[in-house]
Design a protein around this ligand. Structure first.
Ligand code: CA
Length: 230
């Protein structure tokens, strides 16, 4: 990480409702994060390029450029800054995951500020807290935990922080079957209260990116495992 003025990193908050932005800002500050608030999508894109935040809390419903478009443009520029979406409705969640935007997590309004801070901390821990480990290979997939890179054969995949961590967790112990609840707790760092659909969605995204080389096996009624199927 670069020399950040805040020990826990700078979080960009993009939210057009000032009262909500303020609640988020205060809770993150109390938790030791640096904060910067923007109220619309175009300004948010400028701020990401200028400030290089550690993470972005991105409201979906913004005037002009909405949150989904902001995320899409960042990913198109190969900017993989962790994004935690804030949505007003469940159907927005379906749009976010359906578009494979590379969102790392999401919360639905109304949310508890404490829960939001916990999610940010979890995303950042996953993104930066990777222990040194040798590259692991399952079938044609090679995962380098130290460099956070995944290759299928000679091709490097562009994975979100969450997709990477999920794959790394499965590949660390090839053949071992993990339940959805275990994956939520061990990869996301929170309880199954959050809903195991999150796991299925990210598995589906990973499989789409890994293509025919995907080592992920569904164990019906149980969960998932990574294994060599060649
Ligand atoms: Ca809004």
């Amino acid at each position: 990480m670069s020399a950040a003025p805040h020990p826990r990193g700078l979080v960009l908050i993009v939210e057009d409702e000032p009262a909500i932005a303020d609640v988020i800002r205060r809770n993150l500050s109390q938790a030791g994060y640096g904060t910067h608030v923007e109220h619309d999508g175009a300004q948010a894109l400028d701020a990401v390029r200028r400030l290089k935040p550690a993470a972005i809390i991105l409201d979906v419903g913004l005037p002009g450029l909405d949150g989904i478009e902001v995320c899409r443009r960042l990913r198109a520029e190969h900017d993989w800054t962790p994004v935690l979406f804030v949505t007003a409705r469940d159907d927005e969640v379906d749009r976010i995951v359906g578009l494979e935007l590379g969102a790392d997590d999401y919360v639905t309004k109304p949310f508890s500020p404490r829960e939001l801070v916990a999610r940010v901390t979890s995303v950042l821990r996953r993104t930066h807290g990777t222990p040194e480990a040798p590259a692991q290979t399952v079938g044609a997939v090679t995962l380098d935990a130290a460099q956070r890179r995944v290759h299928v054969g000679a091709d490097e995949l562009a994975l979100t922080a969450t997709e990477f961590d999920l794959l790394a967790h499965l590949m660390r112990r090839p053949g071992r079957v993990f339940t959805r609840e275990q994956l939520l707790s061990e990869v996301w760092g929170y309880s199954a209260v959050a809903g195991t659909r999150t796991v299925d969605v990210h598995i589906a995204q990973l499989r789409a990116k890994l293509g025919a080389a995907s080592p992920i096996r569904t164990v019906r009624g149980v969960g998932y495992a990574a294994e060599n199927r060649a």
